[in-house]
Write a protein that binds this ligand. Sequence first.
Ligand code: ADP
Ligand code: MG
Length: 678
Amino acid sequence: MYDIHIWGQSKNSDPKFPCFRRNDGFRFPLEIPRRKPHIWQLDTLIDDGDTMTVDTNKEALGFETEVQQLLDLMIHSLYSNQEIFLRELISNASDAADRLRFEGLQDDSLFEDDSDLNIRVEYNKTQKTISVLDNGIGMSRQEVVDNLGTIAKSGSRQFFESLTGDQTRDSQLIGQFGVGFYSSFIIADKVEVVTRRAGLPRAEGVRWVSDGKSEYTVETVDRPKRGTKVTLYLRKEAKEFLDGYRLRSIINKYSDHISLPIVMPKEGKDETGDETVNDAKALWTRNKKDIKDEEYNEFYKTVSHDFEDPLCHVHTKVEGKLEYASLLYIPARAPFDLWDREQRHGVKLYVKRVFIMDDAKQLLPAYLRFVKGVVDSDDLPLNISREILQQNKVIETIRSGCTKKVLDLLKKLANKEPDKYKQFWQTFGRVMKEGVIDVHDKREELAKLFRFKTTHEDTEEETVSLDDYISRMKEGQTAIYYVTAENHATAKNSPHLEIFRKKEIEVLLLTDPIDEWLVTHLTEYAEKPLASVNKGELDLGDLTDETSDDKAEETADDKLDDLTKRIEKVLDERVKEVRITRRLTESPACLVADEHEMGRHLEQILKASGQQVTMAKPIMEINPGHPIVGKLQGEADETRFGDWANILFDQALLSEGGQLEDPAGFVQRLNSVFLELK
Ligand code: ADP
Ligand code: MG
């Protein structure tokens, strides 16, 4: 609360614009007509010389718990990387200018006769402060509370739940989250924000102050200038930043690419006035060959709010009928909200250098939602809305151009930098696989980029491309074989693979839940069908003729007809059919699904996700060469035969990672056949 005295008249001496003096001596004109005193929340306005009390409506508010957690974590994690506070504040100032330009398109009175947008960085050695000022959009009181007192990012709750309390691990996570405004508290023990939203009267300025502990205060203040001033009161240990050259070098390192002038007072005793300390040209409009890698990387950090360098980028300027520039990046790490269905896309749309929107989903397909960057078009209207974007021809062309650029970039990475590509695939491979399901025309092109685990590699990493696979196919092999399972061990040890191992045929091990859907959409590659090893009759094509005993086996199979019929009768409830197979060499039996039916693994996934599934009964295949099968053939006792048949079925189910319906029954039967063995 301040006591305010009416002190005189402001320069224009219009009685409607009185001048005030606050009890702390501060004098200011109040350029609002007396008729609107409610702005100061006064009931009455009094005559010259009288005293009145103005309610600045100061309140102290607690931070959201999450802000508190974030502040603690950040101060610990980023201690060795303190200088980034300036990048974050400048990036916010630049966003604020972008937003003012955008809103100004509809209403140019927002510029308030000051359309030279810039960012100013000042420091004061005596007061030990650094300030970043902008004349951008500013914030209203409510916006200050919402933006600086809470974390509004989507998915932030999941992020905080994923924190472990282990500082080293959590420090890595913080990079994924992006630090933003709160990074000020790494070097400051008090931060003051004074701001006014463009278009609001000067009496509706806001002051926010906090020591970054648990509370902050907000109050309404007089603020003649639109925009925001953030002042950091430095901690003792952070004095080194009170140096004009140091600040300039940080700006050059992180913020050179900001398209707005960043000005600082000139250094030197006799110097007066300001100078611009950055390049002030939108990075994507510059010539590729003049841009250093570091500049690309720093720009990435500004657009993506990421903390680490990206994996790679592609910068394009398209000229001709349609003109646009795009600068697109592949991050090195997955954002914390990659799997959030609401997750934002990372490409910003500019029209003729004016920022139009974040999260422009139309610019890239969903399976490339991890790509960050900017697209700047010369052919779109400045007032384009999200709705219009959806059916705009220009956007469609840009989208297909950008998609192609990203896929080409990935192809290049795969060929030239396989290690980086591996990292990419491990991080975003699962998202890329959605592409084959979502779009039809790019299946083959996308599948070329896919990597899989395989029986030919010992590692659990996905490293084999379909082209690698094809180059290793056996003579006479016509299909690309795969097995789907819950994990690497189950896939690798699946009984279905026995014959493939014997014949040294490579099989892809698909263990991602999405793989089940992938194979229903990607049914062939390079004109070779993808074939499941656990579905349908095994047709190894010409490969069967390779081993001479195959023929002899076939005749022997006929004699087992009676046995299969007998087992079928016992397992009537559980199987659709029992048949002889040659796919097994070590196991006595396995289960397969009919060609067009859902595989068991897919059934498990659906069940786990809470869906009702009615599973068709499987086909049981038995290995005629296995001693247990031989023993079964000679078994006269019906009860014992029944036990064995059920055990074979349950075993087969277990070995492919399935769950027994009646585990106790299985154990009982197993024990009773053990007791028979003498
Ligand atoms: P981010 O920039 O990722 O949104 P920050 O923590 O850096 O997160 O900033 C939080 C929010 O505070 C911003 O989204 C913006 O709404 C607001 N903000 C911060 N600085 C400014 C500023 N200089 N001018 C206007 N709004 C700002
Ligand atoms: Mg920010």
